[in-house]
Design a binder for this molecule. Structure first.
Ligand SMILES: Nc1ncnc2c1ncn2[C@@H]1O[C@H](COP(=O)(O)OP(=O)(O)O)[C@@H](O)[C@H]1O
Ligand SMILES: [Mg+2]
Length: 369
């Protein structure tokens, strides 16, 4: 029998999406094929402490983490696993890790920081690498990369929180030049609609800017588009595939945090009831943008389909999309013929493929051949 992989499942984390990560991790944990993987759960607290041990996910779900074991991954290649703090604060090996599945959303997880640590430690991991993660996380940089690739995005301007402190009047003028109200204000590096406000007038704008600046020093002001929301799942490394598109029908005025997680009146339509032409355009744009940021493993590409013009705008790419059993990313694959636990196996395979590719690279200059 083939040896089981020692798989570290990381969840929680230092982001406003900590709780969402626990929900995603619960589904992944249940569905991972135990004949192939020994699963080691690793939780990261809101303060950034890494904890492992018995029933870690349950402990995080109940907010009772006192009895867990403090652990660490070290930025040193070849150590092959997770360490714990022993007697006298001496590090000792806790568990070996063949692969890590970071089920973390938002900053310090989906933004390239976790990926950077795993790169340094030389541990294979599921999903995008450092570059794709950080470009996809920063909504402003992402739009620049899309523009450079002629992929349509909604007009925007970037404001720094220091500008807002020092010269608010200038910021209002800059923001209102983006377009007529409504305007959408967003922290550049966030997700789950945390810190996002739809602004109808100057007073909303003021509040929206303050709210977004609580979460990030970089804030986007974006032209509001009256649009349907279309999403496509992408899977693969260098030859990524697109799923059929789905549509989100938000139960709130826009797809807010409340509409995503608190109320249950938002709807997922699978497949999205759009013309074949639009479906294919969304799939093409999803793959093109994934390649443009050097995506790997997986990502969900989200579009705004303007009602009046039928124009498709790339809104964002999520490199670690919501992963509960009822989330759009796995549902779209299921509807495209790949069930949830098969999807997990494929993601793990893709992570090993990427690691093999990296292992083949020359790290020392050997002259030209
Ligand atoms: N420019 C826009 N016009 C209209 N609606 C928008 C716009 N930007 C965002 N939204 C709404 O806000 C939601 C969250 O914005 P998004 O950019 O996807 O951020 P997040 O990363 O938090 O999901 C979208 O799903 C959509 O409902
Ligand atoms: Mg979104």
């Amino acid at each position: 029998m083939r040896k089981k992989f020692q798989l570290g499942l990381i969840f929680g984390g230092r982001s406003g999406e900590h709780e969402i990560s626990l929900l995603s991790a619960r589904s992944v944990m249940v569905a991972l094929d135990r004949s192939k993987y020994d699963v080691l759960p690793i939780g990261i607290t809101h303060d950034g402490h890494w904890l492992s041990g018995q029933d870690v996910l349950e402990a995080f779900e109940h907010g009772q983490v006192e009895d867990l074991e403090p652990v660490a991954v070290l930025a040193e290649p070849g150590l092959g696993g997770l360490f714990r703090w022993g007697e006298g604060r001496v590090l000792e090996m806790f568990h070996s890790l063949d692969i890590v599945f970071p089920v973390l959303h938002g900053p310090y997880g989906e933004d390239g920081t976790m990926q950077g640590l795993l790169e340094l430690a030389d541990i294979p991991y599921v999903g995008a690498g450092v570059l794709a993660s950080s470009v996809a996380m920063d909504k402003c940089l992402f739009k620049y990369v899309m523009r450079a690739n002629h992929i349509p995005v909604v007009d925007w301007t970037l404001v720094l929180s220091t500008q807002l402190d020092e010269n608010p009047d200038e910021v209002y003028t800059q923001a209102e030049q983006v377009g007529p109200y409504p305007l959408f204000i967003k922290p550049a590096n966030m997700g789950s609609s945390v810190g996002i406000t739809k602004c109808r007038n100057r007073s909303d704008l003021l509040q929206g800017l303050m709210e977004a600046a609580r979460y990030d020093r970089r804030v986007l002001v974006e032209k509001g588009v009256d649009a349907r929301e279309i999403e496509v799942s992408v899977l693969g490394n260098e030859d990524p595939q697109a799923s059929i598109p789905g549509e989100i029908v938000p139960g709130d005025e826009f797809y807010s945090y409340r509409a995503k997680y608190l109320d249950d009146n938002s709807e997922l339509l699978i497949p999205a009831p759009v013309d074949q032409e639009i479906a294919e355009e969304a799939q093409r744009m999803a793959v093109q943008s994934y390649k443009a940021i050097d995506g790997a493993g997986m990502a969900r590409a989200d579009f705004l389909l303007e009602r009046e013009t039928g124009k498709l705008y790339m809104n964002e790419i999520n490199t670690i999309p919501g992963f509960t059993k009822i989330s759009m990313y796995p549902k779209l694959w299921e509807a495209s013929g790949l069930p949830y636990s098969g999807l997990l196996d494929r993601l793990i395979e893709l992570a090993f493929e990427r690691q093999e590719q990296k292992d083949r690279l020359v790290r020392i200059y050997e002259g030209t051949s």
